[in-house]
Ligand binder design. Sequence first.
Ligand SMILES: [Zn+2]
Length: 489
Amino acid sequence: MNKPYAIIIGLEVHVQLLTSSKLFCGCSTAFGAAPNTQTCVVCTGTPGALPVMNRQAYLLSVKAALGLNCQIARLTKWDRKNYYYPDLPKGYQISQYDMPLSRDGHLDIPDPEQEGQVRRIRIIRAHLEEDAGKSMHDEVAGKADSRIDLNRAGTPLLEIVSQPDLRSPAEAKNYLTELKLLLNYLGVSDCNMQEGSLRVDANINLHVATPEGNVATPIVEVKNMNSFRAVERALAYEAQRQWELWQETGQRIGDVPKQTRGWEEEAQITRPQRSKEESSDYRYFPDPDLAPVTISEDAIAHVRQSLGELPADLRTRLVGQFGITPYDSDVLVSQGRPLVDYFIAAAEACRDGKAAANWVQQSVLRVLNERQMPIEQFPVPPAELGRLIDEVQSGKMETSRGREVLAEMLATGKSAAAAIDALGIVQVDEADLETLCAELLASNPKVVDDLKQGRLKAAGALIGQAKKRNPNVNATRVREICLQLVQRM
Ligand SMILES: [Zn+2]
């Protein structure tokens, strides 16, 4: 169905960088410590304490920006964003205003409308800033008792701002998924949403088709979305709400101030928060305590060389090199580089990319999920899995028997060859197989009748009996041979 409006979405994503210390002091950024144990005079805003930039945070930001195809500014500076908030002890946040460290990039994402196609989403800028602390409101106990934890204050955040190029909630979700994957591959952030390492704000409005041309509705910023699913749902809700509001009021952009709304997960609705400050309200000015940062072309080139193979290139390579489908390639790449490396080693060992992709997706991933285990801890080395796949592909055993072998390898740590021996698996030779099939047909006249009448499903009963007599038989071969024998009868 064609809707009489287009949905216009831009995302602001904050990711916590994988540094061991904060952006302007040496305090630890480790998650989960007791409140206010990772603080110092700098991040608690004691007058006279001076910030010093964390070089690693800056370099990780440059790396992320290059991965997003951004231009890196040779000169960048720090600005104070002034506002008062209990979890911001300095009364200002150190951020970057008019000279961000990078701008004008893009990220290609899978088009949710057309499989195999990509949509290019432009990136306005990626800049670095410090995080605030955390307020904890003990409203549940009815005491309205608020406490402040400043462990997070001063943690480096990279803010990545997209152009309003996203056209649907599904596309927003794809953008976030691809962005998270990219940052994981770059080793820039763990993007753990539960721990707040990745936070998303969305700007959304509609362009409504009217007889006088397209009309934009007021922009709403949606906050407080705790998962990619929540982002998708919140945006779908918000688009519908804005469409109904438009029909009711006809309000256009500029008629009302920009509104901020929060997503309420339990009710599955957005609700108004405060009206959004304009940037002039923040009284930005350059931070006099911090020197501007310069970077040379050589240094940028050096970071660029460290990017490694990015997800989009890797997907293409796996398809070309191993003959797997784009879908399989996407599944593997989305699991992260260590799993891809495992797949590649297994595929090279068995010289069959498609079979290796199937085994990794169907067997390895299942075990990893069941045991909540990273691939690095998977007990079967990829070369051994490759040997097992090789035996299955060569016809020594069926896939189902191969899975039993893998289970044996997992349980005992045996090699593929030893596990095959332990299970007594030997390839049944063709002559023995024919003898077996002939015997089965002789003792199952009803099945023979059915097969003669073309009721081929009846062969299933023979396969079951064959397996009972010799678990090593290949079901496909038993079926083929039985049908041949019946034809000759
Ligand atoms: Zn500190």
